[in-house]
Ligand binder design. Structure first.
Ligand code: PLP
Length: 389
């Protein structure tokens, strides 16, 4: 008898489960584990947003919103991107509120991929891109970023990955998992190539607010890029709102209207509670955002130095909240390292290989944890390295 799995598409059948979840679940199951595994703020959403949401619920605001999202929120997002990153989007036609940044990534890929299109994905990179490209019928072309160049995207590497079938590139700076950021100068040659080869850039800027040496530069702000860039953003990281499921995408009206068409049939709208909380964050939560950012910065400095002190060389993390130290000196591969560290020292990290080629030889540690827990994790790792490895 055939099993039910034979009903499934071959794409889904061969899709591996997320390599991050494995470590998340193990950490959740054991109170003694210090988890540096999940990319999630350890802060609670700003109180003003929680209060605004409670009030709205008490007043019966429990319905659908317009497909594109509440107008107040779209206006708030456009103003926020303009003030923070010199970007200009028309709220009524060029901003779409989505179910987290995750839905925005999927919508962009769904609207852009035709069969046979190649999508360039720089790796090590965020784990969702490749499966989503495959689900949408595209071909993944991995572009390996090198530690030598600080895991930045270079024009040479991009040029080599481009073929006549290339439709788009997905970029993510500040980067999950490497913490790398790209400056205006870094983007210039990339933008020139994108224009020359008529590429679309899907720019995942979920960590735009979390840079520690100067402001984030969006690739959309470079010459010729606005009309070919879809920006993905959200509230999960900078405003500690992972559970509310609210993000957005912005781009030229011609692109965004296509994504709205898909979204109206699939998600209808992002949750109204999340949208109300997000509006309040943009109005009165910027101070909370800055306090959290400052805390990540302090932890980052302590933790990156601490990793180097215990023998895991780690380049400076310039953005997001991840350190990506090398483990090559230990003689273990990243899966062995992460599994044994979890079992023997009760510290959860993510093996670098799950982020694609170029990630092997590294582990990802999130420093979105309290300083006390980060210090304890460093002590456990040091003891473990001395006695077990
Ligand atoms: N993009 C990147 C680079 C991420 O790291 C994450 C979450 O870890 C997301 C998108 C998804 O964000 P959201 O919670 O808004 O769906």
């Amino acid at each position: 008898m055939k099993t039910t799995s034979s009903f499934l598409t071959s794409t889904v059948q061969v899709m591996p489960p997320s390599g991050i979840r494995q470590f998340f679940n193990a950490a959740e199951a054991d109170d003694e584990v210090i988890s540096l595994g999940v990319g999630e703020p350890d802060f609670v959403t700003p109180q003003c947003a929680i209060d605004a949401c409670k009030r709205a619920l008490e007043h019966g605001r429990t319905m659908y919103t317009p497909n594109e999202g509440l107008m107040e929120l779209r206006e708030g997002i456009a103003d926020y991107l303009h003030a923070g990153f010199q970007l200009q989007y028309e709220p009524s036609r060029e901003v779409l509120v989505t179910v987290g940044g995750s839905e925005a990534i999927d919508l962009a890929l769904r609207a852009l991929i035709s069969p046979g299109d190649e999508i360039i994905i720089p790796v090590p990179g965020y784990v969702a891109y490749a499966p989503l490209v495959q689900l949408n019928g595209g071909t993944v072309v991995e572009l390996e970023l090198s530690a030598e160049h600080g895991f930045k995207l270079t024009a040479d590497a991009l040029q080599q990955a481009i073929t006549p079938r290339t439709k788009a590139i997905v970029v993510n700076f500040p980067s999950n998992p490497t913490g790398a950021v790209m400056t205006h100068e870094d983007w210039l040659p990339i933008a020139r190539l994108a224009v020359a080869h008529n590429l679309v850039v899907i720019s995942d800027e979920m960590y735009a607010e979390l840079t520690y040496n100067g402001r984030h530069t969006s690739v959309a702000s470079l010459p010729g890029m606005r009309e070919r860039t879809v920006i993905i953003g959200g509230f999960s990281k900078a405003f500690a709102m992972t559970g509310w499921r609210v993000g957005y995408l912005c781009g030229d009206a011609g692109l965004v209207s296509a994504m709205v068409k898909i979204h109206q049939y699939t998600a209808l709208c992002a949750p109204i509670m999340g949208q109300i909380a997000a509006i309040e964050c943009l109005r009165n939560g910027l101070g909370d955002r800055d306090v959290m950012r400052q805390a990540y910065d302090e932890r980052r400095q302590m933790f990156v130095q601490g990793l180097s002190d215990i023998g895991l060389s780690c380049r400076d993390s310039q953005g997001a909240f991840y350190a990506f130290p090398s483990i090559t000196g230990t003689g273990l591969d990243s899966q062995q390292f992460a599994e044994r560290l979890l079992r023997e020292a009760k510290v959860a990290v993510v093996p670098g290989h799950v982020f694609g080629a170029g990630g092997e030889g590294f582990i990802r540690c999130s420093y979105a944890a309290s300083s006390a827990r980060l210090s304890e994790a460093l002590e456990r790792m040091e003891r473990w390295l001395q006695t077990h490895v």
